[in-house]
Structures are given as C-alpha cells and as structure tokens.
Design a protein around this ligand. Structure first.
Ligand SMILES: NC(=O)c1ccc[n+]([C@@H]2O[C@H](COP(=O)([O-])OP(=O)(O)OC[C@H]3O[C@@H](n4cnc5c(N)ncnc54)[C@H](OP(=O)(O)O)[C@@H]3O)[C@@H](O)[C@H]2O)c1
Length: 222
C-alpha cells in the first residue's frame, strides 16, 4: 500500500500527560522543544492533527525560522507544509485564528461534516471526504497530493487510530520536567488501548538531553 512515511511529534510531562485535565493548550515545553517541533514540521510535506488539538490551540505552528525556510527553498519545497485537520463532525469554528494563518489548509471529514463547509470551501485548500474516516483511503489520497512525509501532531485520539492501523513509523517524544496528573488528562495515545500482548513495540533510535528535557526518538516495529 502506498502511504506517506509518518512521524508522531509530541511533548509530554514526566507522568505521561500531553495536557492538563481541562485540555488546555500544552505550552509546557521549552523554547528548545518548540524549535524541535518547528524543525520536524520543516522536514515534511504535511502535518495532521485532530479537531480537539485545533480547538485547544486555535492555531497551528507555521515555520518562521529563516534557516528552515531557506532549506525548504533549496529542496524546492513550498515554504509551508499543508496543515491537515481531522474532524469527523466538521464542527470547527471558522473564526479560529488558524483560518487566517499564512499556511495551506486541508480538512479530512465525513460527508456529513463536509456539508458544514459546503458554502465555506475557501477556508480550506482541500477537503477530503471519507465516511467512517477510512485512513487507508485518506493516506492514499495524501500520496496523490504529493504528501510523502507526514507529521502527526496529536492529540491522543488521532494518534490512537493511526497507531492501531500500523500507520505510524516513528515517534518523537519530548519528556518535559513537570507533573500534571489527573485521571482525565490526555495522554499521547488514547482510544480503547491495547493489551500487553498486542502492545506496539518500539526501537529506540536516539536520545538527547537538553537542560531538563529529554528528546526521545523511536521507530515503531511493524
Ligand atoms: N503536548 C502535546 O504535544 C500536544 C499535542 C497536541 C495536542 N495536545 C493536547 O491534546 C488535547 C487534544 O486532544 P484530543 O484528545 O481532543 O484529541 P484530538 O485527536 O486532537 O481530537 C479529537 C477529535 O479529532 C477528530 N478525530 C481524531 N481522530 C479521529 C478519527 N480517527 N476519526 C475521526 N475523527 C477523529 C474528532 O473530531 P470531531 O469531534 O470534530 O469529530 C475528535 O473528537 C488538547 O488538550 C491539546 O492541548 C498536546
């Protein structure tokens, strides 16, 4: 099957949370972690995130570092990758700042969700419709659009569905020095979970410590 190469990029607390119980935007990573995220975004053709993530932040992260922009230009890539939001309901507020950011945008939704954007198609450069959100079909469409490398930016629900289908190749996880706790605080992988027997196995590719943060790079064993 032809599909983009994928990497999940997330920051989590030392107790494994990607946000607090209120699902506030996660701004606990350092400036170094933000640069790391921006670098990862600069290496791909598209980034994808769930509607919950967009609702929490209201924006996505465009590349602004001149060196990263110059590197993309050298590789004849467009300045920004396409920012793809997945929302089965299509229920997104068109007043979000995301819609005025200078980035190409794409919506992955159902035909029901697509109806909400019928008269507002100009908000997105592309709208991909798939009932029951069939990721195999969507990933094939992404390849058709020239998206060969895709960064998955969360949240836990989106990561869980892609991991369950074995569509995640690499995981970049930053461990940040704080604890949030909370039984309802989101974690990198939500969904119904896996059993100890069906757990996804990872190979550690790299580890780097910068001040009190740890940058982990894993490869998912398929
Ligand atoms: N620390 C970090 O690096 C980081 C990164 C990203 C997010 N976050 C945090 O994560 C939280 C948001 O996460 P979340 O749990 O709400 O998860 P999410 O995956 O961002 O959003 C869930 C929503 O996205 C859509 N969606 C996701 N997967 C789908 C699928 N397979 N099929 C159809 N629709 C799908 C649905 O939208 P509809 O409801 O519209 O159908 C679903 O309700 C926020 O608190 C944010 O701050 C943290």
């Amino acid at each position: 099957m032809k599909r983009p190469q994928t990497r999940v990029v997330l920051a989590m607390t030392a107790d494994g949370k990607i946000a607090d119980e209120m699902r506030s935007p996660a701004r606990f990573g350092s400036a170094i972690d933000k640069s790391h995220l921006e670098k990862q975004i600069s290496l791909v053709d598209g980034v994808i995130f769930g509607a919950g993530t967009l609702r929490a932040y209201g924006t996505s992260l465009p590349i602004s570092d001149p060196l990263l922009l110059a590197n993309r230009a050298k590789l004849k890539l467009p300045p920004q990758p396409i920012h793809i939001v997945c929302s089965a309901s299509g229920n997104l507020n068109s007043q979000l700042r995301f819609f005025s950011q200078p980035i190409p945008r794409c919506l992955v939704t159902t035909s029901q969700g697509g109806k909400l954007w019928q008269n507002k198609k100009h908000y997105f450069d592309r709208i991909l419709i798939s009932d029951r959100i069939d990721w195999i079909e969507i990933f094939a469409q992404l390849i058709e659009l020239g998206i060969n490398k895709l960064a998955i930016l969360g949240g836990g629900e989106l990561v869980a569905s892609l991991l369950a289908l074995d569509l995640v190749d690499e995981i970049y996880l930053t461990i940040c020095p704080l604890i949030l706790g909370g039984v309802n605080a989101p974690t990198p992988v939500e969904g119904i979970g896996l059993s100890a027997k069906t757990a996804k196995r990872l190979e550690l590719v790299g580890i780097e410590q910068v001040e009190s943060e740890v940058f982990l790079h894993y490869r998912v064993q398929h």
